[in-house]
Design a protein. Structure first.
Length: 607
């Protein structure tokens, strides 16, 4: 796909489709094969007139902390209670506070800096009704107690001592999994494949990583290990990028969704007492992917929560499949290659339990080397759209190492010892990436416009958010309270210089539909927003959102549920249900308005 902008009038265009290239048998002067024929008859053009609706209002270069390579995770949280989110770069210990129209100023998040951390989450872990900052360090989990003013003024304390020490914690998700009134935690780690590591079966079912941990809260923000006892031991070695506690079967118990590189998705059903059963095979027919992140939304607006798993696709693998080429002695590799490189998988919830892939999944499958994602209804038509961050390393040359992996390097087998394989890889890197080749480079970010649950079309360039800079974290939120969700992301660039940036795109789309929103705050007394589900009923249909953590990739969305309504002029009712069964129902709530939601004082008996 290639985009262009008309400098004489506000018009943008995208060419997309299959470009057929025929190669000559002879080679050019630089040793490359010459092009014999180009067939562009299968290309189509999409155009859009008018100013793009997303305007860049902040692009700030931020250096990572000393001895760290990242400014992430990217967290949105309304710390001061004014209804609008602060923007937090946890590893940098920075919070960006709104100081007037489209203006933000950065200040330290914690008065006593946490030092080097790898991931974090903000929620009320000690039950006092105030959000705390929980972060992962190599020693374990450290808790910074929050204040009613939205500051973290006390030194952090050790909330859980890891043994062995954490190596590369990637995600924290929280929720009350055992119905005891406090927030428990699941921590997932990522293991970078070492040079010379044997790839089979670890390229499609890796379970050799650093251990994940399920941690139970004592109600005061102290945690104890419960992974094996809770039934999560067999796959705790996944190379995990994202995970969420979320009620996937509508039984008021927070299940666990885990997305891992070199494996895909795993799903665990909670029995309501904090014990999990692996139901992956029962609930999901095809699980495989190079899993990088996920989003949870009601993509077809049927009142059930769906799952979008982000997975890398491979142009090289696609070409090999198209040409029906594989090594005859590696039938297993051939079978798994197409399944692993399918790309993103959209799982629509079935009427009963479980999920299915439909043709809707095909239209959003191949987005590139993808990382963070966010599902948000930016045009308020009632169907969530999706933004996806892309790109691994774009360097001096568009020549890319990625084909080398699928053509050659994946076939290193058990007969090659680690030392020899490492020497081979180091030599390969010196010849390719060391001399300016990219790796998953020059991939634009994607914005998929949801066509009323029937298909997605990619429109990022048309709306001016198709960054070519390698990007990582993505979140969305209505930062100024105007009812139109805005977009935030971080970049991770290595050429022409190493730099990372925080970028905010304000949504100024004209003539979008009606909307309604629901904001949650910590209340204490076992009434955390985590896991609260909002279902709205309007125009003869329903739509649902749930407050979760651990989605996207190294990110946390705000405790807000936003719904586009299209041309609907009334919501019949909104039902808010907490994991312990408590409910609140709003009859004909006001449109184009955010409703502050509080949990009922008295518990409702669980069914």
């Amino acid at each position: 796909m290639r985009g262009s902008a008309n400098v004489l009038s506000p018009t943008r265009a995208i060419l997309e489709g299959d470009l057929i290239v025929g190669w000559a048998t002879n080679r050019s002067g630089d040793g490359l094969k010459a092009v014999k024929r180009i067939d562009a008859s299968r290309l189509t053009i999409k155009t859009r007139r008018g100013e793009p609706p997303f305007h860049l209002i902040l692009s700030e270069r931020i250096a990572p902390p000393e001895n760290s390579n990242s400014i992430d995770p990217l967290i949105l949280y309304d710390l001061d209670g004014d209804g609008l989110s602060e923007i937090i770069l946890a590893d940098k210990n920075l919070v960006f506070r709104r100081r007037g129209e489209d203006r933000y100023e950065a200040e330290p998040l914690c008065k006593y800096p946490p030092g080097l951390i790898s991931t974090a989450v903000i929620a009320d872990f000690d039950g006092d009704g105030v959000a705390d900052f929980l972060c992962a360090k190599s020693e374990g989990l450290v808790l910074f107690k929050g204040s009613p003013q939205g500051t973290f003024d006390q030194p952090g304390r050790m909330a859980w001592l890891a043994s062995p020490r954490l190596t590369n914690a990637m995600v924290l998700t929280c929720g009350d999994i055992d119905q005891d009134g406090d927030l428990d935690v699941f921590l997932g780690q990522y293991k970078v494949p070492t040079l010379g590591q044997i790839l089979r079966p670890n390229f499609y079912d890796a379970n050799d990583g650093h251990s994940a941990n399920l941690l139970l809260n004592d109600g005061h923000g102290h945690f104890t290990e419960a992974t094996e006892a809770a039934g999560l031991g067999p796959k705790r070695g996944r190379r995990i990028y994202s995970a969420s506690f979320v009620d996937l079967d509508h039984d008021d118990n927070l299940d666990l969704l885990v997305v891992s590189d070199f494996a895909g998705v795993d799903v665990y059903r909670n029995d309501g007492h904090g014990h999990f059963t692996d139901v992956t095979g029962e609930w999901v027919a095809e699980t495989h992917a190079f899993g990088m992140g996920h989003a949870l939304a009601d993509f077809n607006a049927d009142g059930r929560l769906d799952v979008l798993m982000i997975g890398m696709n491979s142009p090289t693998a696609d070409r090999l499949e198209h040409l029906n080429l594989w090594r005859p002695d590696r039938a297993e590799d051939h079978a798994m290659r197409s399944r692993m490189t399918f790309g993103n998988r959209l799982y629509l919830a079935r009427t009963n339990s479980g999920f299915e892939q439909t043709p809707l999944s095909e239209s959003i499958a191949r987005s590139g080397w993808s990382w963070g994602c966010s599902a948000f209804d930016f045009d308020n038509d009632g169907f969530p759209d999706v933004y996806i961050a892309n790109g691994m390393q774009s360097k001096q040359s568009v020549r890319d190492y990625e084909p080398e992996f699928w053509l050659h390097d994946i076939y290193i087998d058990d007969s090659v010892d680690d030392a020899t394989a490492t020497a081979y890889f180091m030599g390969k890197f010196s010849r390719t990436r060391g001399t300016g080749w990219s790796y998953g480079g020059y991939e634009k970010n994607r914005l998929y416009l949801n066509q009323r649950g029937g298909s997605f079309i990619e429109v990022a360039h048309l709306l001016d958010v198709a960054l070519e800079e390698d990007s990582r974290c993505v979140v969305s939120d209505d930062l100024d309270g105007d009812g139109q969700p805005d977009l935030l992301l971080t970049t991770f660039e290595v050429w022409p210089e190493e730099k990372q940036t925080l970028r905010i795109y304000k949504n100024t789309l004209a003539n979008s539909g009606h909307w309604i929103g629901f904001r949650f705050r910590e209340e204490g007394g076992g009434k955390s927003p985590m896991g609260a589900r909002v279902t709205i009923h309007y125009g003869g249909r329903s739509a649902v959102r749930e407050i979760v953590t651990g989605d996207s990739s190294r990110a946390q969305h705000a405790n807000t549920a936003h719904f586009g309504l299209g041309q609907a002029d009334k919501v019949d009712r909104a039902e808010i249900r907490w994991p312990d069964g408590r409910t609140v129902t709003l009859r004909e709530p006001a449109l184009d308005h955010y409703h502050a939601i509080r949990a009922p004082v008295k518990d409702r008996p669980r069914p």
